[in-house]
Design a protein around this ligand. Structure first.
Ligand SMILES: C[S@@+](CC[C@H](N)C(=O)[O-])C[C@H]1O[C@@H](n2cnc3c(N)ncnc32)[C@H](O)[C@@H]1O
Length: 335
């Protein structure tokens, strides 16, 4: 890929994921390109133009992105250089839009571009679009209304050479505490036999249905409300057959760990003949909570191995924080 194409791809990736403008290294990206009229035209057509994507980020974000991008471009081309007309027209149109509380509280589209990999083929577009509510005000207090770093790490792990699964075609997958269902949608796109995205919150499940529609992947993915623990012990989910149980950032509240481990054990026990296992990605915000999770696993006689997800394994998307992330592989019985 040429330097120009690489810079445009990096800008497109950041823009679609609504990476905070101050975190985008515009100066660095423009340092090795010509930034002439031709480059700017391609940048506009590939990233900013209305039909460059069906799901542009929120107006407020686009304004901040353009402001930083134009400042950096201007620095690069100097006072004699010209900024491409359509970029300036778009920026002034966004500036003239009135700001409202709606801009902050409305759900916004976040698009995560998927890498081209040798091993995997995607069903549909190589991207995951989710409707996210990043402000707690609009998320009704639900943590499941945005995609968390642990879900990104889990997705990146499945796309890496370290993944225990080389093809999902014969696998049925159950996700616990799915949130936006980023990982479920990824595995659906990786052509899993079937994926069931579950969450304890009906509000979150409703949002997952929207995300499935956005990604046009309804053929092999469904949604069901599931609260961990004994309260839904009779759910069909426990008698259906699963090869892998997954979860991202579901180990943060020590009050839920016993219910979570109850659910994991019941599912693993019911699917032991299939060789089922669970892969849980945990952000280590509090070491004591993670130790508690491990101790619940040991008490339940669930064996586990663990991989630390360091910065080398966080390359595909913007994570927003470098808090430690661990991926646990869990099986029935002691390892
Ligand atoms: C921090 S979010 C993580 C969402 C998603 N997996 C991700 O990583 O982006 C935790 C999710 O777990 C769900 N959850 C929390 N406690 C639960 C419980 N006891 N039973 C089922 N789901 C629960 C929440 O509704 C929320 O969607």
């Amino acid at each position: 890929m040429s330097t120009d194409e690489d810079a445009i791809l990096q800008l497109r990736t950041s823009y679609l994921q609504s990476v905070p403008a101050i975190k985008i290294p515009f100066d660095n990206l423009f340092s090795s390109v010509e930034a002439d009229w031709d480059f700017q035209t391609r940048l506009y057509n590939t990233v900013l133009r209305k039909d460059a994507t069906a799901y542009h980020p929120a107006g407020l974000y686009r304004r901040q992105f353009l402001k930083s991008m134009i400042e950096s471009l201007q620095k690069k081309i100097g006072d004699d250089g010209e900024i491409y007309d359509d970029i300036l027209i778009l920026y002034s149109a966004l500036l003239s839009q009135p700001e409202s509380l709606d801009d902050i509280t409305k759900p916004t589209y976040t698009t995560y571009l998927l890498p081209s990999t040798d091993g995997f083929t995607y069903e549909g577009d190589p991207q995951i679009v989710v409707s996210e509510r990043r402000s707690l005000l609009s998320a009704n207090g639900h943590t499941g209304s945005r995609t968390w770093e642990a879900a990104l790490a889990l997705g990146e792990y499945f796309l890496s050479s370290a993944s225990p699964v080389k093809s999902f075609r014969n696998h049925t997958v159950l996700e616990l505490g799915a949130g936006t269902a980023f990982t479920s949608i990824l595995l659906s796109k990786l052509q899993a036999k079937h994926v069931l995205a579950t969450d304890g919150s009906e509000f979150v499940c409703e949002a997952i249905r929207t995300n499935i529609t956005l990604n046009k992947c309804a053929n092999n993915i469904s949604v069901s409300q599931l609260f961990w623990g004994t309260s839904q012990e009779d759910s069909f989910i426990y008698s259906d057959l699963w090869d892998i149980i997954i979860g991202g950032d579901i180990t943060y509240d020590s009050r839920d760990l016993s219910d979570l481990v109850f659910t994991l054990k019941k599912l693993l026990k019911n699917n032991v003949e299939r060789g089922a296992y669970a892969i849980i990605s945990a952000t280590v915000r509090n070491e004591d909570t993670i130790e508690e999770f491990e101790s619940h696993l040991k008490t339940a006689e669930l064996g586990f191995s663990m991989n630390e997800i360091n910065s080398d394994l966080r390359r595909l998307w913007y994570y927003g924080s470098d808090t430690a992330i661990r991926i646990y592989t869990i099986r029935l019985g002691v390892y």
